[in-house]
Ligand binder design. Sequence first.
Ligand code: PLP
Length: 353
Amino acid sequence: IKMSRFWSKTVKNLTPYVPGEQPKLSQLIKLNTNESPYGPSPKALAAIASANTDGLRLYPDPNSDALKQSIAKVHGLSSEQVFVGNGSDEVLAHAFLGLLKHEDPILFPDITYSFYPVYCNLYDISFINIPLDEDFAINTKDYIRKNGGIIFPNPNAPTGRALPLADIKALLESNTESVVVIDEAYVDFGTESAVSLVNQYDNLLVTHTLSKSYALAGLRVGYAVGHPDLIEGLERVKNSFNSYPIDKLAMAGAIAAIEDQDYLKKISQAVINTRAELVKSLDQLGFETISSSANFIFTKHPQHDAAKIAASLREKHIIVRHFKMPRIDQHLRITIGTDEQCAKLIAALQEIV
Ligand SMILES: *Cc1c(COP(=O)(O)O)cnc(C)c1O
């Protein structure tokens, strides 16, 4: 790696997250970063347009109170139980620094969202990887040990496997001395949310994003809900970092999107329906797919190398995600597109396998 003598020691030691490619070409079928194939709520787009005024010369509300109120209302909580950030990645970053950095190492699965170890590296937090079982399932019993905190997505990424709420409840019953963060980036695609437990457990933080199910990855809005004391901890970090993470356009769009729950349900259901069809077609081609509760599937073909399939798909202008990592280098993560995009994917795979 090229280093500059002007870099701090911290910067020299970083291992930054590598996001999925955002290609400049427009003719591609882009199934690599779990964006929605549908547009955002028309009401969100209208609200953003209305906020695009001379008012932009003023700073936004540093506390994003109106947005917090909309989020609180949709979950039946109070505003003091809500934290908002510039994408849930920022919310997670603040949680790592503010709630998960302690003497004891934190725990997360060996196969999970690859940003978690990046934050640990940035903030100098020690961690232990808890292996998923052979079926790529999280076994919450493996997390019953001394720890500085626990974090995993539900459903997990990139496997798409969901954990029943009863398992999360059991984990919270046995783990009362550290914060448990459930990253629910994909919860709207068919998983029971742990938000229903935040009034019961003062160490539970649940994070959501508008990037996936709300089709607003470009707006950069995410949030966390939990006990007011946890939220206050996150506010202290946020106010020591960036007072205005939610700009005026994002605020207007996010509020309108969250208030349009009918649209959210409609496009989430469309993804769920397409997912079922895609899995059936992949079965017929000999693929083995993990049962998914997300807007992507994690699949492998017993006779064909995953990296080669990904490269062949790319030649056909379809991009999917392949991770060169132990245990999962024979899998592909494929975002659920429209029915038409998935039909093109299947047609391409028919020629490849
Ligand atoms: C996409 C994703 C996020 C981050 O979403 P933002 O776009 O930063 O809101 C967080 N966690 C998981 C597991 C994700 O897949």
